[in-house]
Design a protein. Structure first.
Lengths: 139, 405
């Protein structure tokens, strides 16, 4: 299967690979997927507590090119957004931007899950209630 | 100059040897006759060419030419052998023994027969990929009519103890069928010495054309028969009807002849390159060679690079190097290789595997390029892998409650 140029670009030059201090109160960490399924994503956000703006985002992903590209693109989109805006990132936006074929849609769902999981981690650390999200179907 | 891309997927198919193509060409044009046309020279020429090819193919496996049934390929051969024996020997029993790492053409044929009333035992393999002969012995029943175990595995290249398997089958009065696709033409296969009763193999895995294969069916000690699976003109001793693919068969014959004459030299060279590749890649931390190293095809290496995913890994070099991954992220099922899982590998290691299949035209320069590209990509992806980071921090990844989906 041929990959889109955008997937190849994110795979070859991934943006924001790295690790933030997961113990920090201003960092939210989402770890989703499973090694057995061939995809594990860890996505982290650094939030400015005063403004609620995501100032930095990092990822590490074990997975195929589409999974790496989805998480790389997600971190790009997260930076500069408020936490409330970030919640609204939809996996289909990632699918569209990266031209993911149907068999790779689960990669984008995983990235969306990672964002939400990171946001909830941040919320819980800061005394806020976890947001409840609807299931996005099978990955 | 190194020409890219490099082909290292010779278990999937092989390029045709130019000598094979040359032998085939006249049989598309001037010698186009139907080998079954008995009353004119066009037919005689075609029949003569087929007879010669049958001798070449038979010689490669130590068989008599009369024991070679030409087919469309090994999938047809597997079907014809297993279904044909099941029908022909129905009065003797309905039990078949096979193993979990067989090719789908064998496994799915067995499943098909189960619906028709067959009883099938699927032997597990040991962690090195070989079956346990004691388990085979224990699985034999008075109703066992067929033992179907592959000669060599397509994913990991392990060579099963064929002679011992044949002896056990014979002792219990069952026939022994082997899928010889990956072995024939690569390593010495002798149906008499090995005790094989029926064997399927194919031309395109040995530098011949696609769309032509053969089924060896033993004619004495014992005389074996299989029920035809296609009705028609009764070609190939009544076991396989259909006008013979004369150019394909001529090519198959030539490919078999070259495989026989060049095998020793080819194998020595290719296995040296395989060892060079494998020894270099084994130097990478947390890399594991899959399958029994002592009982293995000389041109195959299957390696898991823990904490990186196979398809993601291939993407790092697949514009330059063609090979296969045990990961199945491309398929909707997300299931990794059932062969690697049958060895007892965790899904994570199965997802992290690459299969290198070297061949007649593989060069040292290509192997050096591959070593470098694969090593660099593994290291790059590990820097990107959360699992690698956890491993380095001493986190027990197996103890994490992963959300399964």
């Amino acid at each position: 299967m041929a990959y889109s140029d955008k997937v190849i670009d994110h795979y070859s030059n991934p943006k924001n690979v790295g690790t933030l201090d997961k113990a920090s109160k201003s960092v939210g960490t989402g770890l989703v997927g499973a090694p057995e399924c061939g995809d594990v994503m860890r996505l982290q956000i650094q939030v400015d507590e005063a403004t609620g703006i995501i100032t930095d985002a990092k990822f590490k992903t074990f997975g195929c090119g589409s999974a790496i590209a989805s998480s790389s693109l997600a971190t790009e989109w997260l930076k500069g957004k408020s936490v409330d805006e970030a919640v609204k990132i939809d996996n289909m936006d990632l699918v569209e931007e990266l031209n993911l074929p149907p068999v790779k849609i689960h990669c984008s769902v995983l990235a969306e899950d990672a964002i939400k999981s990171a946001i909830n981690d941040y919320r819980v650390k800061n005394g806020l209630a976890e947001l409840v999200f609807e299931e996005k179907g099978v990955h | 100059m190194l020409k890219l891309p490099i082909y290292l997927d010779h278990n999937a198919t092989t390029p045709m040897d130019p000598r094979v193509l040359e032998a085939m060409i006249p049989y598309f044009t001037e010698n186009f006759g139907n080998a079954a046309s008995r009353n004119h020279s066009f037919g005689w020429h075609a029949e003569e060419a087929v007879d010669y090819a049958r001798e070449q193919v038979a010689k490669l496996i130590g068989a008599d030419p009369k024991e070679i049934i030409f087919t469309s390929g090994a999938t047809e051969g597997d079907n014809l052998a297993i279904k044909g024996v099941y029908e022909m020997y129905a009065s003797k029993g309905n039990h078949i023994i096979t193993c979990t790492t067989e090719h789908k053409a064998v496994l799915d044929t067995c499943k098909h027969l189960e619906k028709a009333g067959a009883e099938v035992t699927y032997l597990e393999v040991q962690p090195d990929g070989l079956i346990d002969l004691k388990e085979l012995e224990a699985a034999m029943r008075p109703t066992t009519i067929l033992v179907a175990i592959m000669y060599a595995n397509n994913e990991i290249g392990v060579i099963q103890p064929v002679k011992e398997i044949a002896a056990i089958a014979k002792k219990h009065g069952a026939l022994f069928f082997t899928d010889g696709v990956q072995a024939v033409g690569k390593i010495p296969v002798d149906v008499i010495a090995d005790g094989i009763d029926i064997m399927a193999f194919t031309a395109h895995k040995m530098y011949g054309p696609k769309g032509v294969g053969a089924l060896y069916v033993r004619r004495k000690n014992p005389r074996v028969k299989v029920t035809a699976q296609m009705d028609g003109g009764g070609h190939e001793r009544g076991m396989r009807s259909g006008t013979l693919n004369v150019p394909g068969i001529v090519g198959f014959g030539k490919a078999a002849e070259i495989a026989r004459t060049d095998m020793e030299v080819d194998t020595a060279r290719i296995s040296k390159l395989r060892d060079k590749l494998e020894n270099a890649l084994k130097q990478i931390d947390e890399s594991y060679v899959n399958g029994n190293p002592a009982h293995r095809l000389p041109h195959v290496s299957n390696i898991s690079f823990k904490y990186v995913e196979g398809e993601g890994l291939m993407m790092g070099f697949n514009k330059d190097i063609a090979l296969s991954s045990g990961s199945a992220c491309t398929s909707a099922s997300l299931e990794p290789s059932y062969v690697l899982k049958a060895l007892g590998l965790g899904d994570d290691l199965a997802h992290s595997s690459l299969r290198f299949g070297l061949g007649r035209y593989t060069t040292e320069e290509q192997i050096d390029f591959t070593i470098k590209a694969v090593s660099e990509t593994v290291l790059k992806l590990r820097e990107m892998s959360p699992l690698w980071e956890m491993f380095k921090e001493g986190v027990d990844i197996d103890a994490i409650q992963w959300a399964h989906h």
